[in-house]
Design a binder for this molecule. Sequence first.
Ligand code: NDP
Length: 326
Amino acid sequence: MKRALITGITGQDGSYLAEYLLDRDYEVHGLTRPGAGDASDPSFWRIQKVRDRLHLHTGNLKETRDLEDLIQSIQPDESYHLAAQTFVLNLPEDESAILKFNTQSTHHLLLALKAHAPDCRFFFAGSSEMFGHAPDAPQNENTPFNPRSIYGVSKVIGHDLIRYYRQHQGLFACTGILYNHESPRRSTRFVTRKITSTAVKIKLGMASELRLGNIESERDWGYAKDTVAAMHAMLTSESVDDYVIATGQTHTIQDFLERTFGELDLNYEEYLVIDPELYRPREEVPLVGDSNKIKSQLNWEPKVSFEEMVREMVQSDLEYFQRMLQ
Ligand code: NDP
């Protein structure tokens, strides 16, 4: 039986990946942050279904000692580093916290693996924000990085660490450059889930408006379960490499709105309030990924369409809020 260690197991991707690996008979270990508490902790809602089948450990990803003890005792075959500070408020204190956590955690995990489980395969969750202000679209593995957020910078540094440990320390370590991917388990702080949850609340009479910034912004939105399948394909491949994981298609926020409200027989224009405070700078060149490399080399491609994904998110929110009202 293979053993896998997942950091960020309580997040959207970590929880789907845990289920994906359990279905393939892995022994799944997850690292949660100190103070996360027990199974009743609210941040555990995404793994509630499989909680009894997981081996959860508490540890601080910034402490080398915690990680060394953990890796030494688990001896994982595969390790997926998904924990990251993902939500950015652009405050100066936020910047240092993001940079510190996202880079140190990656470095300390690589150090611990090199010392105690050098044959373990390591996946690092990179981001399309590494391309930031991209020179052209679509982006692929050869597109130069030009991050325009501290989060993007932290992911470029993480990726440099991956390359260093792969090329000079002999680890099977790779980066998946992930484009946005969504699901019913996305946090409501992100625009897609903010839209589906608020639209459902409007439908049920629990809200009256939806406040958003520029709805012309485009995204390459994939489905989280497809993304975790790509992560696994990368770590079970014969050779180690980095890959762009994307759908190659863009949709605007307006498309997302129309589809979401359409699922509920509502017209979004009646409820949308454009709030200039929520405006985000628009990419001059859209962030859209070219996944031909992973398609041709690892036979991975997205299975769930944009339309199916939005429908699932709306249905899930509908069931959730209807239960709340009962
Ligand atoms: P989530 O925000 O849903 O999950 C993040 C996870 O990281 C949670 O388990 C969270 O733990 C953990 N975490 C955050 N900060 C800390 C900390 N200081 N100490 C310990 N754990 C921490 O993210 P996703 O699942 O959506 O993303 C997974 C990875 O993929 C991330 O690395 C992200 O940067 C990357 N990515 C995601 C994209 C997307 O569209 N979803 C796009 C591009 C990249 P807790 O539950 O305790 O808060």
